[in-house]
Design a protein around this ligand. Structure first.
Ligand code: SF4
Length: 81
């Protein structure tokens, strides 16, 4: 499962780092969040999903190709037919 934070959406509410402190880190200067891991360790996946669902700015994106449905719809997922 992959996770990333959209820096343009993130407003530094810190909820993600409170829910999953091992998975998100906050910038010392602007307080914006970024994902610690590109590929989330399995033991942190539930917390990362919870953080994504709790983000008031919908700034956290998950690609759960191999482990279930994404917590949020993809912002610009392209489909090919
Ligand atoms: S909860 Fe959302 S808006 Fe708040 S710091 Fe985390 S990613 Fe940014």
């Amino acid at each position: 499962m992959k996770v990333w934070v959209d820096p343009e959406r993130c407003q530094g509410h810190t909820l993600c780092s409170m829910i999953a402190p091992d998975a998100f880190e906050l910038d010392d200067i602007d307080g914006h969040s970024s994902a610690v891991f590109d590929e989330v360790p399995p033991e942190l996946e539930d917390k990362v999903r919870e953080a994504a669902q709790s983000c008031p700015e919908c700034a956290i994106f998950i690609d759960a190709d191999s482990s279930g449905d994404p917590a949020k719809p993809e912002k610009s997922r392209e489909t090919t037919s």
